[in-house]
Design a protein around this ligand. Structure first.
Ligand SMILES: Cc1cc2nc3c(=O)[nH]c(=O)nc-3n(C[C@H](O)[C@H](O)[C@H](O)COP(=O)(O)OP(=O)(O)OC[C@H]3O[C@@H](n4cnc5c(N)ncnc54)[C@H](O)[C@@H]3O)c2cc1C
Length: 284
């Protein structure tokens, strides 16, 4: 009797053949355009035909081996993106089909877009080239142990110090610990951290700050930064390939220009007005 390789069998062929609608037209409607279908098809075949991207063993791997496997796939995906000169659209689809959330997903998916969307031209010119060349790896640190959907409730503080022109980033309570950010536990050197901007006792609400977490020399946490991996997660297992992390700050100082400032000129003007008034009270 001939042996059959189960991975070679198209189990859905009979179901597809029985469809009472035009499958090709449905693909176009689903993807949005023929162009999108063509790119998706090409990227799917690229992933399926590359042995480094194989998926059949991953449910059997320990968390540590799964993490290593993810690092290998993320690095290989990046190599193929560069070699094949893929566009941003193609690269995003390639990563989607690799289908194993990894340390760079939040770098590309949240850290870079946060800087692009909320950083000034000057800030983008400084930080984006470092991020594009992986000279820094970033994550997105918004959620806290006590605060998820309720972003206005975030407790991490960014206290402005006018004497040194710096922000002091601090985690004042246990519930203010950053909890969940992907790429934080092991990989990231930097984060966009969301914190309450406070000047002279006045709370100006939640803003984003670029904060360095680990040394670029030896990857150890910087003074005042406590962080780690939150460990295994229940569920489909997909996020066990990712180093979701915990992060606390003990009065960590960053330069003022590391606040993402594209939309905050009014806030800054208000801050400065408050400081000027506090230090030079009107004479009556
Ligand atoms: C795998 C994973 C990766 C993540 N990665 C990141 C990351 O990289 N960076 C980051 O900052 N965060 C990350 N998060 C956190 C994620 O963004 C939060 O889980 C999310 O914001 C929801 O917060 P929460 O889990 O505290 O739920 P909660 O906000 O406590 O919500 C609990 C439930 O209450 C409901 N609810 C909440 N508020 C209301 C309301 N006002 N009215 C009605 N219903 C409400 C919600 O729909 C939900 O069903 C990650 C989470 C997971 C699971």
């Amino acid at each position: 009797m001939a042996m059959v390789d189960a991975t070679e069998v198209d189990h859905l062929a009979a179901e597809r053949a029985a469809a009472q609608f035009d499958v090709e037209e449905m693909k176009v409607a689903w993807a949005g355009s023929r162009h999108a279908v063509e790119i998706a098809d090409r990227m799917a075949r690229l992933v399926a035909s590359d042995p480094v991207f194989r998926k059949d063993t991953r449910t059997m791997l320990s968390r540590k081996d799964l993490f290593k496997d993810t690092l290998r796939k993320a690095a290989h995906a990046w190599k193929r993106i560069v070699e094949l000169r893929l566009t941003e659209e193609e690269a995003n689809l390639l990563r989607l089909y690799v289908d194993q959330p990894g340390y760079v997903d939040l770098h590309w998916g949240m850290f870079v877009p946060a800087i692009k969307g909320q950083g000034t031209e000057e800030q983008q010119q400084k930080w984006l080239p470092l991020a594009y060349k992986f000279q820094i790896i970033g994550c997105y640190a918004q959620t806290e142990l006590g605060h998820g959907s309720n972003v206005q409730g975030l407790e991490t503080t960014a206290m402005f110090d006018p004497k040194t022109d710096e922000f002091v980033i601090h985690s004042p309570t246990l519930t203010s610990s950053k909890w969940w950010p992907g790429g934080l536990g092991k990989a990231s050197t930097h984060a966009v951290v969301y914190a309450r901007l406070i000047t002279e006792g006045k709370d100006y609400g939640i803003h984003g700050f670029i904060v360095q977490l680990r040394s670029l020399e030896d990857h150890s946490p910087l003074p005042g930064v406590t962080l780690g991996d939150i460990g295994g997660k229940f569920g489909s297992g997909a996020y066990n390939s990712m180093d979701n992390g915990v992060l606390r700050f003990d009065h960590v100082r960053i330069p003022r220009d590391q606040m993402l400032m594209r939309f905050v000129y009014c806030t800054i003007l208000l801050c400065y007005a408050t400081i000027i008034i506090c230090y030079n009270p009107p004479q009556t």
